[in-house]
Design a protein. Sequence first.
Length: 289
Amino acid sequence: EHLSSVAGEYSTEEAQDPFLVSIHIIADPGESRPLQEAIDKVLAWIHPDLPLFRVSERRACRRRRRAPKAAQPALAVVLFLQEEYGEEPILQLHRTLQRPPWRHHHTERVPSRFLPYLPCSQDFFTLAPGTPLWAIRPVHYGKEIVRFTIYCRHDNYADILKFYELILRRSPSQKKADFCIFPIFSNLDVDIQFSLKRLPCDQTPVPTDSSVLEFRVRDIGELVPLLPNPCSPISEGRWQTEDHDGNKILLQVPGECPSVCLCLSLFDDNRETSEMTFPEALACYKTRS
């Protein structure tokens, strides 16, 4: 009951914060600028001023673990473009996603009634290993949409839904047995959404180890005891925790002055700061730097 009451209360300011949800991407040395430019160029098709993605660089290239063959990346970004403007803008964006640094990841089978004349409605792309999937879709009516999606393990879907209701302090506007949508921001031009998708039993989502979702929260002291996994400060104003599938997330407390560079510890396979207080973590980071 307490979880439900906390999730159901949010202010007008929270409801109209376009950056309530954002994504950090950590690139190998020398790769941040082309990745940031590629993302900004794609987002400009929706809105020219949507800095929802921040790309930073880790200190050294990392050795990557090979993902299982049938693994599904747990995080995706779907852009919905207005179909009323014609097919050409959607096809142009599709061609952009076919050029480096973008790469095709996989193609899904989509019912023919969905969009029979645009094969790009089935394609997923990615920028680099460990970063989100990207896809484009038409929107037949309404506004253009930026949608963040987390793919959930079949058995964890109900718990993960409750977890993000708590983080976002709101309930989904659309809810099905295997899919739900949380409204994040809306104006005359664009909607920003967060969604959860339940995978079939035989599919396993893999956390994106070079990307992390960040949520702006208030009353962090009230929130932390309610979370299912440990939640630790990693910088002044930022905390880290995980959902039930092991997806790392950042919690940002508005009004603080967070240090972005400390977030790099999330991606360096170093767990020594996870149990530290902020001053201890800061001292550790300065020593390692």
